[in-house]
Design a binder for this molecule. Structure first.
Ligand code: PLP
Length: 494
């Protein structure tokens, strides 16, 4: 199976090359040449497997240049021992047809662990195959959760270095503390004066700067990406949608009309993974795309116009405070029949005008597949309260956005088939907002808030959050967005 660029189908590389490179040289994103299909017999097999076995089964379809032994080594390393649950992605029914897919049982308590515990294994295995011992430098732009999950995944991984940039005022206190206290000899963390899109644009610029690439080449180093533009991030996310389907099959849920998937969305990576699971044969009906006040995707799904020229809001669901959803490029590629010229033209519009308009035909296809909705902070808080009071379920701010949009979807469409709502973070990662949501006073320090939330809700505090209480920050760097290149080169000693 080869991987092609969304902007030029003639660029064709192996899976190992796509993963170690991160992004295509033309700025496009790598996608598999074909999407493998799962048969009924496959699902029957998958149904009785453990999560690790399901992961290996699915990855073997996408990473055909890896040996079975390599894939087994990667998935076992990633998923055995680092999650607080035997199943890293358990499905919880909260009444009726509504199921919550809890994706935050990993070391950083957010869904990105599912991909970022696996990516270092995939990346180092890939690099051995294709780049002959070069040191891999991981550059990350984060809205909070990717950064910590990547730091944790790559911490002291041989032959790698990782540099993380986050928006100084765009992450929660807990997220900041998680990153600034990161251990490991190969890690570096820096805040920037700017928002997430500035950080992401800065990182993309460094990636595609040929002169910087040459400097690294001479030092026997190579950049790669742990952002969800890397195929090695997306493939692991497809697994849990397949796994959730298998779990429902096992429980005898009536899926004769399929089921809906609801995803709190930022960069469009998580919901894109659900789309790929659908293409592979998982009977997903609607893909419900939930946004916060930064509702650029809601507008796009409803109008066919993507326009990032708008006010940027800093919200209580910061990991979704994004106006340029990178992975939408892969979705465009699929929806316009894999027409690389159209994608290249649209992305060029986005780069120069911050905006593009798709044809009516493409817009209608988006509307068939997706439902787009959004909610502001006030509604997010009231949803946390209602879900806690009526469903006895405590959800974080991101998950609450998804629950809110889902409730609206059911109200407007009457579509009551089973639903899987992706729960992307532990409520304790955003304890202040969650406590406020359930109508309680927050405490003067973060950890008292965490304890208060736990005593009221009866939900235990995850061990990694508890451990932060006694950790002291190692990093307190801040830079201007135009200085990111300098920071990177200096940190690499170049
Ligand atoms: C990253 C993140 C999201 C958004 O996921 P995308 O793949 O970027 O759409 C939502 N919720 C949380 C908690 C996250 O960390």
């Amino acid at each position: 199976m080869n991987y092609i660029s969304t902007r030029n189908k003639n660029i064709k590389v192996s899976a190992a090359q796509a993963i170690s490179q991160g992004i295509s040289k033309d700025g496009g994103l790598f996608v598999p040449e074909t999407i493998p299909a799962l048969t009924e017999a496959d699902f029957n097999k998958l149904k009785s497997m453990s999560y690790v076995e399901r992961a290996a089964f699915v990855l073997k379809l996408f990473l055909t240049d890896f040996t079975d032994e390599e894939i087994d080594y990667c998935v076992k390393g990633a998923y055995l021992g680092s999650f607080d649950n035997d199943n890293p992605a358990p499905l919880k029914n909260i009444g009726g047809n509504t199921n919550i897919l809890e994706l935050w049982h990993g070391p950083t308590c957010a869904f990105k662990d599912l991909a970022l515990q696996l990516l270092p294994y995939l990346l180092t295995t890939s690099a051995k195959k294709v780049s002959g011992g070069k040191e891999i430098v991981i550059l990350v732009a984060t809205s909070g959760d990717t950064g910590k999950a990547a730091l944790e995944g790559f911490c002291d991984v041989e032959n790698t270095k990782i540099i993380v940039f986050y928006p100084n005022d765009g992450v929660s206190a807990m997220q900041k503390l998680q990153m600034d206290t990161q251990k490991g000899d190969n890690v570096f963390v820096c805040a920037i004066n700017g928002n997430f899109d500035d950080a992401q644009t800065g990182v993309k610029k460094i990636f595609t700067d040929n002169s910087v690439a040459e400097i690294l080449e001479k030092a026997n180093m190579q950049f790669s990406s742990a952002n969800s533009i890397n195929w090695g991030r997306l493939a692991p996310q497809i697994i849990y949608y397949i796994s959730a389907y298998c779990d429902m099959l096992k429980e005898g849920t009536d899926l004769s009309n399929g089921f809906n998937v609801v995803v709190p969305t930022g960069n469009f990576g998580n919901i894109l993974a659900a789309y790929y699971a659908k293409v592979m044969g998982v009977p997903i009906n609607k893909l419900i795309c939930a946004s916060n006040a930064n509702n650029v995707l809601t507008d796009f799904i409803n109008t066919g116009i993507y326009d990032r020229n708008r006010k940027f809001y800093t919200t209580i669901s910061p990991s979704m405070d994004i106006l340029i959803s990178s992975n939408l490029e892969r979705m465009l590629f699929e929806i316009c029949g894999r027409d690389d010229k159209t994608v290249a033209a649209l992305q060029a519009d986005l780069n120069s005008n911050g905006k593009y308009t798709v044809s009516d035909e493409i817009a209608n296809k988006f509307k068939d597949l997706f439902f787009g909705g959004c909610c502001d902070d006030e509604k997010t808080l009231s949803t946390i309260k209602d879900t806690f009071n009526n469903k006895d379920y405590l959800c974080d701010t991101h998950t609450a956005v998804a629950v809110n949009v889902y409730n609206n979807y059911v109200e407007t469409t009457g579509d009551n088939r089973p639903a899987v709502i992706a729960s992307t973070a532990s409520p304790y990662k955003f304890a202040n907002s969650v406590l406020e949501g359930i109508g309680e006073e927050i405490c003067s320090d973060e950890f008292s808030t965490v304890e208060k939330l736990s005593s009221i809700s009866g939900v235990p505090v995850p061990a990694p959050i508890d451990a932060l209480k006694n950790a002291s920050p190692r990093f307190n760097n801040v830079c201007e967005k135009q200085d990111m290149i300098k920071v990177v080169l200096k940190n690499l000693g170049l």
